[in-house]
Write a protein that binds this ligand. Sequence first.
Ligand SMILES: Cc1cc2nc3c(=O)[nH]c(=O)nc-3n(C[C@H](O)[C@H](O)[C@H](O)COP(=O)(O)OP(=O)(O)OC[C@H]3O[C@@H](n4cnc5c(N)ncnc54)[C@H](O)[C@@H]3O)c2cc1C
Length: 406
Amino acid sequence: MKIAVIGTGAAGILTALFAARAGRQITLFEHNNSIGRKLLVTGSGRCNMSNDAVSPGAYHSADPEWMTAFLDTFGVPELKAAFEALGIPLIKTDDGWYYPTSQSAQSVVSILEERLTEAGVLFRLATEVEWFSQKEGLFTLNLNWNEQKSSESYDRLVVAAGGRAYPTLGSRGKLFPALERLGHTVEEKLPALGPIFVELGEFKQLKGQRFDAICSLSADGERLASTFGNLIVTDKGFNGPGVMNLSHLVGLNPGKNLELQVNFLGPYWEGMAEQFADPGKASRSIRALLLQTFSPKAVDFFLSQAIIQAESHLDALDETQLKNLLRVATDNRFKITGAGDFSSSQVSVGGVPVGEVDARTCQSLLVPGLYLVGETIDVAGPCGGYNLHYAFGSGILAGKDLAGNN
Ligand SMILES: Cc1cc2nc3c(=O)[nH]c(=O)nc-3n(C[C@H](O)[C@H](O)[C@H](O)COP(=O)(O)OP(=O)(O)OC[C@H]3O[C@@H](n4cnc5c(N)ncnc54)[C@H](O)[C@@H]3O)c2cc1C
């Protein structure tokens, strides 16, 4: 049986590996000159592969039950065991984020490449699959290698071509029309995990400053979601995990009045309130107190917004001044003007709905012999290893099913 896998991202590599190790004849197509280009940049080069908090509710996908069935089959213990068996042990940070022990995405890609070679996978790099179709149980791929066009037929086809995020690294969404022709639905692809643009007003002065903030996004006055995480002020708005987990909601709510509420004090308010109430600290300056949490630039900005003299002592502040300070640090509402496009977003939502794919094998429920893995399906998680967990897992489930041992 001849099997073609399109794409050497997290999902395609693992599919190819798990099927080839069971003796299947795998041809792995990739239009880049090397494998795993996007994997190399994940986690800022450290490859954040999973998270203790992986759960169905954390993912954006049309059907949480599908995600439950998927994660019941491939949870964190399964991911750890699979990678350890491949010679890629994992470590966990205090907050439950998993990385390879090497903390190097390059090491992960190099080891996986060696395992693929050992397993006898045939690499077809610098080869674009321009189209595929199916007739009488065979899949025909139209190929372009160095402008030389050819076609080849396979018994099984795995589409692991990604979504549309970071097109410079290879995933451009060009094969979705071929999936539609085979009868699959393709939901509009929208960027996710990217920056959010807002009318910053005076907050532009904080450009470059980082905060551990709580952010909430509302559409026409209705709060849609809140997140906590690190954010950085940019010249057009905010970037970083604190807002990236909300950015897909901008594209999903066109024409609505969107607002971002930012609490720059995040979880630190309680500690600060205790110090305000502590008589032993009354003679300290408000500036020194705020410097425990913020940079000097941020402290001076918040104090000037609250119209408080920097050298004021805590016991000299009246209730109105403290309320003003609390408001400028914790309750800022910004009009959202847009979100990052595919070039600046880490993943994309949309693609083939999960309901058209078997959650335990990733085989198409509409086209026998066709498998859809990774970002080609409409599953997107927040920052923190959720997306690689899902991409690796979908590849492993498809690979095992192709191997016939699932
Ligand atoms: C900067 C950045 C950092 C990230 N960091 C993390 C992180 O730390 N943790 C995490 O969980 N997630 C992270 N992600 C998200 C994660 O990388 C993706 O969710 C995951 O890589 C998706 O894997 P995939 O195999 O589905 O698709 P991709 O990795 O996009 O792979 C698809 C492959 O298919 C190839 N291809 C596409 N079309 C064709 C064609 N027609 N012919 C031949 N080849 C084709 C592409 O070149 C590509 O190599 C990050 C993403 C980015 C952009």
